[in-house]
Design a protein around this ligand. Structure first.
Ligand code: FAD
Length: 482
């Protein structure tokens, strides 16, 4: 009598794709039946997925399940404590191996390691891979063996040391264990209903959506990426961030596609390399957080934790709702709320406004972004907030305080971005668009703009005074070095 080989589990997490997926590839190579599973674990071990990201997750899991079904399998959905659910699945099926792509955020990394140790102790093999980053954190080190704290040498070393993995096509067919109990995404209710605040989200989560976004970007925005990426009204950026966060595409595929466009003469090499450098910031953020896990809660440069942050619930609320009276800030915050995403240039301006003009703790902004971004990513979010705040590694100096009016005039000179997201200012001429309170009364009247509580708000702070206040607070800090 022949005994059936034990099945193997593929534990999907932030790697919701079939191609270039090392865990899946290794599992398929065993030749044994697979159990593809996603476990929704809202336990305390890792930070709870934010609301906009849950919206994305719903779509991405549906897409992954459909892709598996086309290959003869299906995604098993389980909800609860990850280790307990894996053990239950092992008991149900006799599976003896778990394949997973590692998560590198510190809490998730430790949690996964604990689970792997516990299962291994009980005779279950666990295999982990890097399917998320250009290089695993720790693979690229300084001459003295430590982690990089400065981006430019990190990028140089990364691109010298790391090489793209060989392509791993999606398997043509997946032999899977059938008839396993599975939860239902409808029951999980990851998307909001009453009210459906995500009605304006216009995204296609999933591996096919990621490929389409990359192809569209390489065909258009990449040509003028280095300059165009600073102008939020231009379609010059890839909008790949949520796809990358959820692992719907391997970052090396994005690098290779951009470089191929350059070698085919479709775009200038410098444009492709600028895009590669931005992907490098993603790796830089991940390796920083991996090596300095306290960064999620405390300033990378400890002196900054002595900033006299203001308790200003009204200011914070005005910022969140896009009612600060500064059009570029309000446009960005409304774009975020309506679409689950904000252009990078505007992320920098709104973050600077919160931290420096309002003197509100960067952690409050980071938390709001975490909940409202479809690309919310612990490493990138924390690293960038600390970068803007001046407290991070290789950060923007604290004394560089963005002026929201001149930033708007410079990067949204024709006002297309502000007019789209702040329609009550649409008829205001360019000259006053980024500072409506400076417009003569008759200009405001002709444009139908009222600067009051019922209309568009007057500025909630005076930028020049706020700037002085911020600089004074900074100078009073005892030490701001690292
Ligand atoms: P592109 O310009 O097309 O860049 C390609 C890819 O490179 C991006 O998808 C992203 O993966 C990576 N990238 C680009 N810029 C950065 C950067 N500064 N840091 C890290 N990776 C980068 N990005 C997130 O993915 N998640 C976040 O939670 C996040 N929070 C941020 C918070 C603040 C305050 C700021 C200033 C930036 C934040 N970013 C975050 C970085 C950046 O704004 C987004 O990655 C970018 O806007 C995504 O749009 P895109 O895919 O069109 O970018």
């Amino acid at each position: 009598m022949t005994t059936r080989p034990a099945p193997v589990i593929v534990w999907f997490r932030q790697d919701l794709r079939l191609a270039d997926n090392p865990a899946l590839d290794h599992a398929v190579r065993t030749g044994r039946p697979l159990i593809p599973v996603y476990i929704l674990d809202d336990g305390p071990a890792v930070r709870r997925i934010g609301a906009a990201s849950r919206w994305w997750l719903d779509g991405s899991l549906r897409a992954l399940d459909a892709d598996l079904r086309r290959r003869g399998a299906q995604l098993v959905l389980r909800r609860g404590d990850s280790e307990a659910e894996l053990r239950r699945l092992i008991a149900e099926t006799g599976a003896d191996t778990v394949f997973m792509n590692r998560r590198f955020e510190p809490d998730a990394f430790l949690h996964d390691a604990d689970i792997a140790h516990a299962l291994t102790a009980d005779g279950v093999e666990c295999h982990g891979y890097n399917g998320a980053l250009l290089a695993r954190p720790g693979a690229v080190r300084t001459g003295s063996g430590g982690p990089y704290r400065v981006f430019t040498p990190f990028l140089k070393a990364l691109l010298e040391a790391a090489a793209p993995p060989a392509p791993m096509p999606a398997p043509a067919a997946v032999e899977a264990v059938s008839r396993l109990a599975s939860g239902s995404l409808d029951d999980w209710a990851l998307r909001p209903t009453t009210p459906d605040w995500a009605g304006g989200f216009d995204w296609t989560p999933g591996e096919a959506g990621a490929a389409t976004a990359l192809a569209a970007f390489v065909g258009r925005g990449l040509k003028t990426y280095s300059k165009g990426r600073d102008h939020p009204a231009e379609p010059s950026v890839s909008r790949l961030s949520p796809h990358l966060h959820w692992g719907e595409i391997h970052p090396w595929r994005a690098v290779e596609t951009a470089r191929r466009a350059a070698s085919n003469g479709h775009v200038a090499p410098a444009e492709a390399e600028k895009f590669v450098a931005e992907l490098g910031w993603r790796d830089f953020s991940a390796q920083l957080l991996h090596h300095f896990p306290q960064m999620t809660d405390t300033a990378f440069r400890p002196g900054y934790d002595l900033m006299p942050w203001r308790d200003d619930p009204d200011g914070l609320e005005a910022w969140k709702r896009g009612r600060t009276g500064y059009p570029i800030i309000d446009a960005g915050m409304r774009q975020l709320w309506t679409t689950g995403w904000m252009h990078n240039r505007v992320r920098m301006i709104v973050a600077s406004f919160l931290v420096k003009d309002l003197l509100i703790d960067w952690r409050a902004g980071e938390a709001w972004f975490w909940d409202t971004l479809v690309d919310a990513d612990l490493a990138s979010n924390v690293q960038n907030w600390q970068w803007v705040a001046g407290s991070g590694a290789d950060a923007s100096p604290w004394f560089r305080i963005f002026n929201p009016v001149t930033q708007g005039q410079k990067f949204d000179a024709d006002g297309r971005y502000v007019r789209r997201w702040v329609p009550e200012l649409a008829r205001l001429p360019d000259r006053w668009l980024h500072a409506p309170w400076t417009a003569p009364a008759e200009v405001l009247r002709a444009a139908g703009v009222r600067l009051d509580r019922g209309g568009y708000p007057a500025p909630i702070v005076d930028h020049a005074a706020a700037r002085d206040r911020a600089l004074q607070a900074l100078r009073a800090l005892p030490a701001t070095g690292d």
